[in-house]
Design a protein around this ligand. Structure first.
Ligand code: BG6
Length: 493
């Protein structure tokens, strides 16, 4: 795509007043504005159901940016940013809205050849009608030029994901479809690839001969906020584990691709998903665990339990915590458990990948004051801190032969280097048409296949769900997933 066309790219946000747009998209787009990475001629159309006009919308965005960035807010950039927007009111299932959108887009410069991005920041249940209406109004044409960005979860199980994909392909070409999983836009996740594949030191150790197990944690302190409508039908397994955590797993476990190109990378990720040992119906209990938060305290403040949240069914069995154990049956990983867990209202907001190495074969220092040499860990922290730590044993200075563990910190962000939000990277990729960090459908499909037995089994358990007090690191019962007694969740960096 030439710079000239990108120059006048149009970006349409469906669900512009919703949670995702407010919390992630608009702040990320504003930061791109500050960094002068938005094409100068680019314009935005915000679509929502509220009876607003351009002025109300622009005031809304200004307030949002000021609230989000506080004293770091750049007034000049903010003024440039809001000037790019128009606000249009409409119902997602009203074809007239799409027709007037088409008329409006056709009045723009370069309208025949400039790309339009349609960002579906809406409830997954609304995807089908928006996709069909875009197509009926002729907005999917010209094929290959306009783009549609589909948020996760992509479907709610394998069958619905396949149906959604068929519909997308009826209306758009594959190169127009951007299936987003914003975890792939996070810097540490991309750095994980570099760490693994650019360091001779690491790659030879990255396998079943040296690694005891892998833990992937995405913990949040926040609850479901105002998203009960979506979350109560979705739960943690579909909202986080099937996509974000599974993507992290593939990046940790994949083989080096022959070249660093979108499809080569995705091929390797799919091979990992295909190698995950299927969980039989009878073994779901041993491989997966779910729970729901009860009343507790976060940062010293009492918070209500999940079932008391506005909009949640009083006896809802939706999980807000999900943990699972997977085995990857290939030469590299056979026998190494991958433990995944995610939850809302946990003790800390922390996402990390923790890799525990095997015990040294010989306990040479047994007779020293140190009881036993504990295994090495590599811990990659994704957020809030972006860091990579490697724990190694060293001798304590002094006359005695005492050992201690030190953590080599390979944090790669230097002072003054800005921390990017995943959406900034990904939105820029959408504008430039780069699909490397977006998901191919076979990845989605295989990820659903992996979790499908768990979903089916949980959907039949209507009477009971474990609970955990809000503000702790999840229920102790989740420890039943561990293969051996010396394994436990690592909650610190
Ligand atoms: C979203 C989920 O995809 O990711 C949310 O729908 C979750 O429930 C969010 O809070 C977490 O993203 P991040 O980037 O804040 O870890």
């Amino acid at each position: 795509m030439t710079d000239d066309l990108i120059y006048s790219c149009n970006f349409v946000i469906f669900g512009a007043t919703g949670n995702l747009a407010t919390k992630k998209l608009l702040p990320a787009l504003y930061r791109l504005e500050v960094a002068q990475r938005l094409p100068p001629g680019m314009s935005f159309i915000a679509l929502g159901r509220r009876d607003w006009n351009d002025e109300i919308w622009r005031n809304h965005v200004t307030a949002l940016v000021q609230e989000h960035f506080k004293e770091k807010c750049d007034d000049e950039a903010c003024a440039r940013f809001i000037a790019r927007f128009a606000y249009r009111r409409g119902e997602l299932n009203d074809i007239a809205m799409y027709q007037s959108l088409k008329a409006e887009l056709s009045t723009k410069t370069n309208s025949e050849s400039a790309p339009v991005v349609f960002y579906l920041s809406i409830k997954p249940t609304d995807f089908p009608s928006v996709i069909k209406n875009l197509d009926s109004a002729g907005l999917s044409q010209p094929r290959g030029l306009h783009r549609v960005v589909v948020e996760k979860p992509f479907g709610e199980d394998i069958e619905s994901a396949q149906a959604l994909n068929r519909l997308l392909h009826d209306c758009f070409d594959e190169q127009q479809i951007f299936r987003i999983d914003h975890y792939l836009g996070k810097d540490t996740v991309q750095n994980l690839l570099v760490f693994r594949l650019a360091n001779t030191l690491i790659e030879p150790l990255w396998n079943r001969n040296f690694i005891d197990h892998v833990q992937i944690t995405v913990a949040e302190t926040m609850g479901i906020e105002n998203r009960a409508d979506y979350y109560d039908k979705t739960g943690a397994l579909r909202d986080m584990l099937q996509n974000h955590l599974m993507q992290l797993l593939t990046v940790v476990a994949m083989e080096p691709p022959p070249v660093l190109e979108a499809d080569a990378l995705r091929d390797e990720k799919v091979k990992v998903l295909r190698s995950i040992r299927p969980i039989s119906k009878r073994s779901v209990h041993a491989h997966a665990f779910r729970a729901q938060y009860a009343q507790g305290a976060i940062n010293g403040e009492t918070v209500r339990g999940y079932q008391a949240e506005a909009g949640v069914e009083p006896k809802s069995m939706t999980e807000t915590y999900a943990a699972a154990k997977f085995y990857i049956d290939n030469w590299r990983w056979r026998g190494v458990p991958f433990y995944l867990r995610t939850g809302k209202r946990l003790a800390e907001a922390k996402s990390m990948v923790a890799i525990r190495f095997r015990n040294p074969p010989q306990q040479l220092f047994r007779s020293t004051p140190q009881d036993a040499i504990s295994p090495n860990w590599i811990v990659l922290s994704i957020q809030p801190e972006e860091s990579m730590r490697m724990e190694v044993h060293v001798k304590q200075p002094g006359l005695e032969m005492n050992t201690r563990v030190i953590s080599l910190n390979a944090s790669y962000r230097k002072e003054g280097e800005a921390q990017l939000d995943a959406y900034e990277t990904l939105l820029l990729d959408v504008i430039h048409g780069d699909r490397t960090l977006f998901i191919r459908f076979d990845e989605v499909e295989w990820a659903w296949r992996v979790v499908d037995p768990i979903l089916k089994s949980w959907s039949q358990e209507h009477d009971f769900i474990h609970t955990y007090r809000a503000g702790i690191w999840g229920p102790l019962e989740a420890n039943r997933l561990f293969d051996s007694e010396d394994q436990e969740w690592r909650n610190y960096l």
